[in-house]
Design a binder for this molecule. Structure first.
Ligand code: BDP
Length: 683
């Protein structure tokens, strides 16, 4: 096997008892409705049942009695006496994406929803129950998503390359055009819908000239074809746009958001887009960031820029997703007073409440840039009168580039559960992002995707778990990391308990292991500049990007306190601000993010900083070696092709972790002159 099917593998259920139980209710199906969504639901249900149960289900009419899967909207099923077990109030709570899966006494399984999209989600739910060995005899499920926007961003360029892509080339473009055969895009849409993703942007946020033309007649017919496929799976398509488009492709002399001509240009562009794609989602915008154009050029602010685009899209129901990844990337590294971590908050807080209703601000989870460990961005929970989207990175730019195993769901859970105290206790990031905390209708999650045209989609097969896990968390951030992992393992590898236990352990430990042998205690950035892979202790230390650890012979870390540092710690609400301000109370794993301390500073763990660095690097690298042994222990249980693919990556990781260990440890030994308590260093 190559791993292409991912978690929609639908392997035959060997166990006679459970297969017979499923067959009893699932050998006949009736789906009501004719939309593309219902067609997708029908195709998926047939594919899954045929493959898992070994027999093609019989399609029956809705009026036929007897056991069957019966799927449709409440409206379409009216008259079947369903009112007796579904109350109107329950239906209202489900909204337009929720659903019910209900086993009835007459041997049926009902998949019911307010909309066809909900029916599709219900179908995927039922399939998942069977893939994970759940009993459907007593099924009584009600589900609705906790976030209205559940998005994946692609950083794909039309030449086929993917910025920060580690799994091959784009599945959308090749040689500056769209790929003609879109069957892979369809499979992609199936995988996304199965996890509840309902939005994708299909081009890089760094929009170059070719991609600027995606919103023109030259490419809109192609974009529309892709949008059609996604629509059949309940997914809206978005495009990243270039703020300077009026100049670059419109022939105007300015892109000033307050100039009427510019506004008219964008309105015209919107009109054209919606002529091709009536349910177009909207624009994703990276402006005034890392050399991208934006409103600053004209002395305007981000609200001026975002609101202009929002006004153009508003008549058609589109929205603007405006990114907050804005900072000065040309800093003077000798100047200790500037702090990149402050930037997003400093730029956007003064604008809170000035954005139109159809604007969402997309905020990276941390104040820097997707490091293995960062505090949560204080902008989340800082803004109270603006729609917000939490941005995560599934593609493993700084977390091993899909050559190292690094399961990110535990990290994302910590972020989602972080208490911002924006409105007292329990003001979690999850409540902020969904919009619930401040009573806002729009909100959700967006993440940079990790797929490409590699046969197995993600390069490292185990990185499929990050993609699946992200999707599941957008639907329900309360799911535990363990539950998500177990689901994914069963759906991908089958239901062998031993295999499940080992892979679960590998996944659960992997982020901690990766963190242990890379940059210590929250400093980050000890990577090679540019491509960001592999250790380089001073790679970003004397450059303009604002990414410093300030290691010298006495100590290390960035003083971000209010008392003596950059003041960043003061951007949080109390008590988080007090916690971060104090070197004694600050959590160990973030100590060097907030404080500059001596190598002999004693951590809460009782170890000195320097001994912690040595120990964690030795342990982390040992554990990376052990991952290979764990994988080998289930060799017999895993398809050979998959076993070998993963093994090759784990072997590389083990070796590379050793390189990280040696470079980081030697560096700190040379800086500090303090020996390892256990004499393990080779100098
Ligand atoms: C950084 C990436 C860069 C992206 C940027 C962004 O290194 O390639 O363009 O984020 O988010 O992590 O815009």
């Amino acid at each position: 096997r190559s791993g292409y099917e991912c978690w929609l593998r639908y392997s035959y259920i060997d166990d006679d008892i459970s297969r017979d139980a499923y067959l009893k209710r699932c050998s006949r199906i009736a789906l009501i409705g004719e939309s593309a969504l219902i067609e997708s639901a029908r195709a998926e249900l047939k594919l899954a049942l045929t493959s898992m149960l070994g027999a093609k289900p019989l399609e029956i009419g809705i009026s036929e009695d007897g056991p069957a899967i019966v799927a449709g909207t409440f409206d379409s099923l009216q008259g079947l006496g369903l009112g007796s077990f579904v109350e109107a109030a329950d239906i209202a709570e489900l909204g337009n994406e929720g659903y019910i899966v209900l086993a009835s006494e007459d041997g049926r399984v009902y998949l019911l929803a307010e909309t066809d999209k909900g029916v599709l989600y219900a179908v995927f739910h039922l399939i998942r129950m069977m893939q994970t060995g759940e009993d459907i005899e007593t099924a009584s499920v009600r589900e609705f998503p906790r976030n209205s926007l559940r998005m994946i961003n692609h950083w794909d360029n039309m030449d086929g390359s993917i910025e920060r892509g580690y799994a091959g080339r784009s599945i959308f473009y090749r040689d500056s055009r769209f790929i003609e055969d879109l069957s892979r895009v369809r499979d992609y849409a199936r995988l996304l819908a199965s996890g509840g993703i309902n939005a994708v942007s299909i081009n890089n946020v760094n929009v170059h000239v070719q991609e600027s033309k995606l919103i023109t007649e030259e490419f809109l017919p192609d974009v529309a074809k892709v949008a059609d496929i996604f629509r059949g799976y309940g997914i809206r398509l978005y495009l990243s746009v270039n703020f300077a488009s009026p100049i670059e492709i419109g022939g105007l002399e300015t892109a000033d958001p307050l100039v009427p001509e510019v506004r008219r240009w964008w309105s015209g562009a919107a009109k054209e887009i919606y002529r091709h794609i009536p349910d177009f989602g909207g624009f994703v915008v990276k402006a005034d960031s890392e050399f991208r154009p934006g409103p600053f050029t004209y002395g305007r602010n981000h609200a001026d820029g975002a609101n202009m685009l929002a006004e153009a899209l508003e008549p058609y129901g589109g929205e603007v997703i405006w990114r907050c990844f804005v900072y000065n990337c040309l800093q003077d590294w000798r100047d200790r007073s500037t702090d990149r971590a402050r930037a997003a908050y400093d730029h956007f807080m003064p604008l809170d409440g000035t954005f139109r209703d159809n604007v969402l601000l997309q905020i990276k989870n941390g104040p820097m840039d997707f490091q293995v460990r960062e505090p949560v961005s204080p902008l989340l929970g800082g803004l109270t009168r603006t729609n917000q989207l939490l941005e995560l990175q599934i593609t493993q730019e700084y977390t091993g580039q899909q050559r190292h195993l690094c399961y990110l769901v535990p990290q994302w859970k910590e972020i989602l559960e972080f208490d911002t105290y924006a409105q007292g206790e329990h003001s979690t990031v999850s409540e902020v992002a969904s919009g619930r905390l401040f009573g806002r209708k729009r909100g959700g999650l967006a993440a940079v995707g990790n797929i490409g045209d590699d046969m197995n989609w993600t390069g490292h097969i185990l990185a499929q778990a990050n993609w699946y896990g992200y999707a599941r968390l957008t639907w329900n951030p309360c799911l535990s990391s363990e539950q998500i992992s177990r689901e994914w393992i069963r759906m991908t590898f089958g239901q062998d308990m031993g295999t499940e236990g080992i892979i679960l352990k590998m996944l659960s430990d992997s982020h901690r292991i990766y963190e242990a042998y890379t940059a210590p205690l929250g400093v980050g950035w000890m990577v090679n500049p540019g491509h960001h892979y592999g250790p380089n202790v001073d790679g970003y230390e004397y450059s303009k990007w604002g990414t410093y650890h300030y290691a010298d012979r006495y100590g290390i870390g960035v003083d971000r306190t209010v008392r003596s540092g950059t003041g960043y710690a003061g951007q949080y609400h109390s008590p988080q601000s007090d916690l971060y301000e104090s070197p004694e109370r600050c959590p160990d794993e973030l100590l060097l993010f907030f404080h500059h301390v001596s190598y002999t500073h004693v951590l809460k763990s009782g170890k000195t900083v320097i001994q912690h660095i040595y120990d964690s690097h030795f342990n982390g690298a040992d554990q990376a070696v052990d991952l290979v042994a764990q994988w080998d222990s289930i060799k017999e249980k895993i398809d050979e092709g998959i076993y070998l693919q993963v093994r090759e990556r784990l072997l590389h990781q083990a070796e590379h972790a050793g390189e990280w260990r040696d470079i980081v440890n030697t560096y700190f030994y040379r800086k500090s002159g303090i020996a390892d308590d256990y004499d393990r260093l080779i100098y």
